[in-house]
Ligand binder design. Structure first.
Ligand code: MLT
Ligand code: ZN
Length: 479
């Protein structure tokens, strides 16, 4: 029997012929160079193998391929923009897992500015969804560094958060309905654009955050919002972590609805931006703590500049804010956001780093950052804590940069110690070991300790009910 040979456990040629008949020549990649981009994650933590990459162009094609693979017992790994921070979309090293890329399913099927909804296929890139909403005079508010590559299916599968969670919630809150190809190849059309729909179990929520372990999200009805007509962005040097939180509270108390994003950055992270990113200018240099405040309103006369200046003045008087730069143009707003958005890239260029995507109640963020930084410095002398991120929703990226002189591999060998040290503090503060990046492969071994007992038991039973053969994204989420 002839076989395809790019993986070490090739697919039978009869199955391949049937898949080719369904997907056509553009729908199957088998050459080593062709499949290579699908095998490694963005952080290069994992490098897997696959017999082939399947690229369906429609829900019907995907349903057919899932049926064929289910009958043959072939495990499938859904992949969107491949921006997972936890190896959630990477096949394992065994060579049996077939990658299914949703990239060709990239149509915006419908936008309704009266219902304020967009129906988008899984492969639509987040940035394209934002642009499609904008062209209809609306806003799709999900926003984060990887938005130019990440896809609608990926952000729903991982329940991504990002910069605007404080105002609009996570991906889950932006979703009204779903279309899903189930592990047996059935298509569930739940693309309802309803604000009220109490009809038994809310199945759509099962698939959000399941990271493709229960089926393929193929399309979604997304919530849209009025576009912003007034925006203000400020970059502030603040006294310390408590001052950052106090400033957030001042804005929220004055006008909660105006705060679109509230992001913390450390002096270390901003320093990495300055040295590692081309054109990395920073308006207020030399502080230890910074915040980015982004205010927005759909009202053209919202008076956001007055609000911003009043709050900053109060906070300056209180000694919380040391200095502030207010953007005067779209270019300046983008330049301030760039400082925040380039943090992951700056960290990558500086050398090895370990990410700790954790959350705590918002009130505990200063304690999280202080205690974790001290614990990490004690654990690895010379290492550089780089806490940053979404202070307004309690999600801090408690990342750690290697000591400059240390061998990167030796530093990365301590990854689990580093994550454990932070997680101990997170647990003590009533937080979560995974805020917005998901579990993927990286954190499956933490599930038992954090979600064991009834919670994990129910998850396993749900998995067994929907995917009894365990063919959907094996090795992810569940230990
Ligand atoms: C971000 O907010 O930039 C990422 O989620 C954080 C990270 O890369 O650690
Ligand atoms: Zn983030």
């Amino acid at each position: 029997m002839s076989t395809v040979t790019s993986g070490d456990q090739p697919l039978p040629s009869s199955l391949l012929d049937r898949l080719a008949a369904v997907l056509g020549p553009r729908g199957i990649l088998t050459g080593t160079a062709d499949v290579e981009p699908y095998l490694a994650d963005w952080r290069a933590l994992y490098h897997g193998r696959t017999p082939c990459v399947l690229r369906p162009a429609s829900t019907a094609e995907l349903a057919e391929l899932v049926k064929l693979c289910a009958a043959a017992g072939v495990p499938l790994v859904p992949q969107g923009g491949n921006t997972s921070m936890v190896g959630g979309a990477t096949p394992d090293e065994g060579g049996r897992q077939v990658v299914v890329s949703l990239a060709r399913m990239n149509r915006v099927r419908d936008i309704d500015p009266l219902d304020m909804t967009m129906t988008a296929e899984a492969g639509v890139i987040v940035k394209a969804a934002q642009e499609a909403a904008e062209s209809a005079g609306c806003l799709f508010p999900l926003s984060f560094g990887g938005e130019g590559t990440a896809t609608v299916g990926g952000v729903l599968s991982t329940n991504a958060g990002g910069n605007t969670t404080v105002r609009y919630g996570n991906a889950r809150e932006l979703m009204l309905g779903l279309e899903v190809v189930l592990p047996d190849g059935q298509v569930w059309n739940g693309l309802r654009r309803l604000r009220k729909d109490n009809t038994g179990y809310a199945l759509r929520h099962l698939f959000v955050g399941a990271e493709g372990t229960l089926g393929f999200i193929t399309a979604a009805v997304l919530r849209l919002f009025p576009r912003a007509r007034e925006t203000e962005v400020a970059f502030c040097a603040v006294r310390d972590e408590d001052a950052a939180l106090a400033l957030f509270r001042r804005f929220r108390d004055r006008d909660e609805a105006a705060v679109r994003a509230f992001e913390y950055m450390s002096g270390t992270g901003v320093g990495l931006y300055r040295t590692q990113i081309e054109g990395g200018n920073v308006p207020l240099d030399g502080a230890d703590h910074y915040v980015l405040v982004d205010l927005a309103s759909s009202r053209p006369d919202a008076g956001l500049r007055t609000l911003l200046e009043a709050v900053l003045e109060e906070a300056l008087e209180a000694g919380e804010v040391l200095d502030a730069a207010v953007a005067e143009s779209e270019a300046q707003r983008a330049a301030i956001w760039r400082i925040r958005e380039e943090h992951p890239e700056a960290q990558k260029r500086e050398g090895a780093s370990v990410k700790n995507d954790v959350s705590v109640p918002v009130s505990r963020t200063p304690e999280l950052m202080r205690r974790s930084s001290a614990a990490l410095r004690a654990l690895i002398p010379g290492s550089r804590p780089v806490p940053f991120g979404h202070l307004g929703d309690g999600n801090i990226h408690m990342n750690l940069q290697q000591p400059p002189e240390m061998d990167p591999a030796a530093f990365l060998a301590r990854s689990h110690d580093i994550m454990d040290a932070v997680n101990e503090i997170v647990r003590d503060l009533g937080g979560s070991f995974s805020a917005e990046h998901g579990i993927g492969r990286l954190k499956t071994d933490m599930m038992e300790g954090w979600r064991g007992g009834a919670e994990l038991d129910v998850m396993r039973r749900v998995k067994a009910a929907l995917d009894p053969a365990g063919l959907m994204n094996p090795g992810k989420v569940l230990p």
